[in-house]
Every structure is written in C-alpha cells, then in structure tokens.
Design a binder for this molecule. Structure first.
Ligand code: G1P
Length: 293
C-alpha cells in the first residue's frame, strides 16, 4: 500500500463569518494563541508523516505563502539582538525547501472544485485533505489518526464526530453501515441534510484520506448544496467502487471560522499551554471565572 505523503489544504475561502477581521487578513492567518491557524494544520500534517503540502489558495491569500518562507530582515534583526528562542520558533514553523506548493482556485466554486485544483500535483497517489479552519485538539493529531487507520485498511477514509441532530444542516453526514474495531463502513454521504432527512448524526470533520480516483468524480461533479461543487457528493460516487470507511476522531473540534469557535480555541489552547496557562487563569479568575485545574 502506498504511504500517504501529500496533503491538500483548501484555503481559498473568504472567511465571511469573521468579517471585518478577515477583510485584509486571511482567516487561516488568524492566531490561536501565538501561531496562525494554518500553522496548526501544517504541523498536524507533518506529525502524520506528510512531506508535501499543497495549498489551494485564491486572490488575497499571499500572507500564507509568506508565512511559510523565511523572513530575511526579521531573522537578521533577531540574530543581531540575540533572540534565539524567537529564531527557533520561526525555524520550527517552516516547511522544508520546496515542500510547500501553492496553486490557485480561480473561482469560488466549492470545496470539491478546490480539491480538484490540486489534481496535477497530487497525481496517482492517495492523499489527505485538511480543512484548516477546523482545529482538532488532542494528544494525537487528527491526520495521524486517519493515516494510521489507512495503513491498516487502505481505501478512502473520512473522520466523523457525533453532533446534535438539529445541526446536520451545516455539515456532511454519513449513512453508516457495519462497525468493526472502531471503523465504520460508509454506505452513503449527504451534504447538509435537513435534520429529518439526515441518515445519521455522524458529521464529516474536515480531515479525509482520499484515493486519486476522486479526481475523475470531481471532474464532472454537478453543483450540489449551496450550488457549490461539493467534495461530499463526489465522495459519495466512490462508494461501492472502492472501500469507504469512517473513523470517529478523538480530540476536541473547534470551528475557527466562527467567532465563538475561534474564541473557544484560543482559550482552550491557551489553558493547555504551560507557558500561558497560569497568567490566563489569573486573568480569568479576576473576571470571576475560577476554572478547575
Ligand atoms: C465542509 C464540508 C462538510 C464538512 C464541513 C466540516 O463544509 O463540505 O461536509 O462537514 O466542511 O467543517 P463547509 O464548512 O465548507 O460548509
């Protein structure tokens, strides 16, 4: 079985839910504590053994490319000032030379279309898709959980979380089949079903392992929910042709494309960081929020 080496990060979205903050700042560049969201996504991919990072960007997304490049003047100034910890943090954030590839989605036609824009770079091998505005926080990265399952099973794999039925209209939802050792067979997939039509309450989290045959499905995929070319609809057409399974993902999920999710992610990541937590707890306590440790 081919190991997974490539990750696709669709980052062309406009971030309309956090305007005006995202008018001139990419939503993927918003910080969670002291790192932009996109850094968490890249680090999660790296922790899963990925070495080729494909960003599907759009106009106004240049800061992502700059973030993953060296900043000569900044580094020179830090060196002169003896700021080694800061220099180390910058060095640790960088992908290797030539490991990051940027391709543009020219028109906002949907997530499926964004992934399709990476087809020539992915080629004929399985790959992962990571939606960076969903931060999944836990001891083992969400992508590593998926790639480990892929080593056992192969095929296509999606990650799922159980959600309240009234929320299904915001997500892709699976129709589950048999479950075996924590792996759930996927019999169907529906994008943004009404609660009464949803085949389950297992939502698709933004982490996928896909076989390259997805590209031929995306090639002629008709627009679906929201009149967009949906990745979910193209994946649904692979079911029956190739193995298709889901694994419940371990970790806390924060939708950082929403205001409340973004704030909660900052708070929870801050509270989990030994260098920040004491000061953060003290500030919260002063506000009357005395959190249990
Ligand atoms: C996308 C996917 C959806 C998935 C969701 C996770 O939806 O289409 O299947 O459940 O991400 O965040 P979007 O957030 O683009 O509406």
């Amino acid at each position: 079985m081919k190991p997974i080496r490539k990750a696709v990060f669709p980052v062309a979205g406009l971030g309309t839910r956090i305007l005006p903050a995202t008018k001139t700042i990419e939503k993927e560049m918003l910080p969670i504590v002291d790192r932009p969201l996109i850094q968490y996504a890249l680090d999660e991919a790296r922790a899963a053994g990925i070495d080729t990072f494909i960003f599907v960007t759009g106009r106004g997304k240049e800061a992502i490319e700059d973030h993953f490049d060296i900043s000569y003047e900044l580094e020179d100034t830090l060196k002169k000032r003896g700021k080694t910890a800061e220099l180390d943090a910058l060095a640790a954030s960088l992908p290797g030379a030539g490991d990051a590839i940027f391709v543009r989605q020219q028109r906002p036609l949907g997530l499926g279309h964004a992934v399709w824009c990476a087809r020539r770079i992915v080629g004929e091998e399985p790959f992962v898709v990571i939606l960076p505005d969903e931060l999944i926080y836990g001891p083992l990265g969400a992508t590593a959980q998926l790639t480990a399952a892929h080593e056992q099973r192969g095929g296509n794999l999606v990650s799922v979380l159980d959600i309240p039925r009234e929320a299904t209209g915001s997500y892709g939802v699976i129709a589950p089949g048999e479950e075996c050792y924590g792996v759930i067979e996927v019999r169907g997939l529906v994008e943004k079903p009404k609660p009464e039509d949803a085949p389950s309450t297992l939502m698709l989290v933004g982490r996928y392992v896909l076989q390259p045959e997805i590209f031929s499905k995306l090639e002629d995929q008709k627009p679906g929910a929201g009149n967009e070319i949906q990745l979910t609809d193209a994946m649904a057409r692979l079911i029956g042709e190739q193995p298709f399974n889901a694994i419940p993902i371990a970790g806390r999920r924060y939708d950082c494309g929403s205001k409340a999710g973004f704030l909660a992610a900052n708070l929870m990541v801050g509270l989990s960081r030994p260098d920040i937590a004491p000061a953060l707890r003290a500030l919260l306590k002063a506000e009357g929020l005395d959190l249990p440790s």
